[in-house]
Design a protein around this ligand. Structure first.
Ligand SMILES: [Mn+2]
Length: 376
């Protein structure tokens, strides 16, 4: 029996996901699909590089019906070439059932696809028993660990897709929930989890329970370091390491352009601020904030063109608002002037939050007069 067992753990590749939801123009979608498949290849290359004994894939490997058969065949062939044991527990984006994405390829003998009920697979030469279950529907709400019984000789490893109830990020559906306490009731040494896209280790007392996260960020919501998890087992001791993989980052930047007087100044200020970041390889989302003169409108397309050479891809969001000259507006002999005079008088009569509310009401009203979006 090997003294150290090396387990590589990945999940949430969402191969061939449509990236519109991540806010990337469709011209980039094909490139991102290629990047995700390349990330899968890097995971397999990493398995060879670290001389892993087995690979665990904790769900959402594919993006269900969006996945092309050629992608599924590529995955199956790569895993076959690597040749060591691979265990796949399907997730809510690639549920395993009749007529599903996994049926698009012939799977080699070294790949075990777990089905909808807990199954165990013994690896006596490694002294391990691997337990897994997959999603069979896109939405499953039962407790994740229900029905799991760890029997057999060896150290127990669990691979599954589900939601830790104490740390669920907002955008993730609470499918197949569990708690750290429920994991503590299971005599496993390592629990390989998928569903959340960020690396995280749960505060368990017995088994190491780890979300490996997506190997590369899938969009602007995926911040932090991404990669693949290497778990090293020695006896009952487990060391966990997140090994970063190269990837384009998704970076959102906020710039306050208050008091810029011309559009050229807006461009110059954003451009100078962006120079401080090395963004050449990255997807960048720029949010412009602050107050601008009412006659100065942000030219989003122009700004995008001016900044395009500094980044891989850029989107510009204009969240600025006009800085109205209330004294000048109050002089106008118009409905707008009357509106400003009336609310300004009321403002003089009150204090504190009431005053702030009226101030905001004036600005919102003026935005409405100007047909501007209401951003305040
Ligand atoms: Mn999922």
């Amino acid at each position: 029996m090997a003294t150290e067992i090396r387990i590589l753990h990945t999940s949430d590749l969402h191969l061939d996901a449509s990236l519109r939801a991540a806010g990337i123009a469709s011209a980039r979608a094909r490139e991102r699909c290629a990047a995700h498949l390349e990330a899968f290849d890097r995971v397999v290359a990493e398995a060879a590089h670290v001389d892993a004994h087995l690979l665990l894939i904790a769900g959402d490997l594919f993006e269900g019906a969006h996945t092309r058969p050629s992608t599924v065949r590529h995955v199956a062939r790569q895993l076959e070439k690597w040749g060591r044991p691979v265990f796949v527990a399907a997730g809510n984006h690639d549920p395993i059932r009749d007529d599903c994405v996994y049926g698009l390829a012939d799977w080699p003998a070294n790949v075990t696809l777990f089905r909808g009920t807990w199954e165990a697979c013994a690896l006596p030469q490694l002294g391990l028993v691997v337990h897994g279950r997959g999603f069979t529907e896109p939405e499953e709400h039962g407790r994740l660990l229900e029905g799991l019984q760890l029997e057999g000789v060896g150290r127990h490893i669990v691979v599954a897709h589900g939601s830790d109830e104490s740390s669920r990020p907002d955008r993730h559906q609470p499918y197949r929930p569990f708690t750290s306490a429920e994991i503590d009731a299971v005599p496993a040494v390592y629990v390989a989890l998928g569903h959340f896209h960020r690396f995280a280790e749960l505060p368990t007392r017995r088994a190491r329970a780890v979300y490996c996260g997506s190997p590369i960020p899938q969009g602007f919501q995926d911040t932090g370091t991404h990669g693949v998890v290497l778990a090293r087992l020695q006896g009952d001791r487990v060391e966990v390491e997140l090994r970063a993989l190269p990837a384009r980052r998704f970076i959102a930047l906020r710039f306050d352009v208050t008091a810029a007087e011309t559009h050229a100044e807006v461009v110059e200020r954003v451009s100078a601020a962006m120079e401080e970041h090395a963004l050449q390889e990255d997807f960048v989302r720029v949010h412009l904030e602050g107050a601008l003169p009412p006659d100065l409108e942000v030219d989003r397309a122009g700004l995008r063109d001016a900044l395009a050479a500094r980044v891989h891809d850029i989107e510009v969001y204009d969240e600025t608002f006009p800085e109205y000259d209330l004294d000048a507006l109050a002089q106008e002999g118009t409905v707008r002037g009357q509106f400003v005079r009336t609310l300004s008088e009321r403002m003089q009569a009150v204090e504190g939050t009431q005053r702030d509310t009226l101030q905001r009401a004036i600005f919102l009203g003026l935005d409405a007069f100007a047909g501007r979006p209401q951003r305040r």
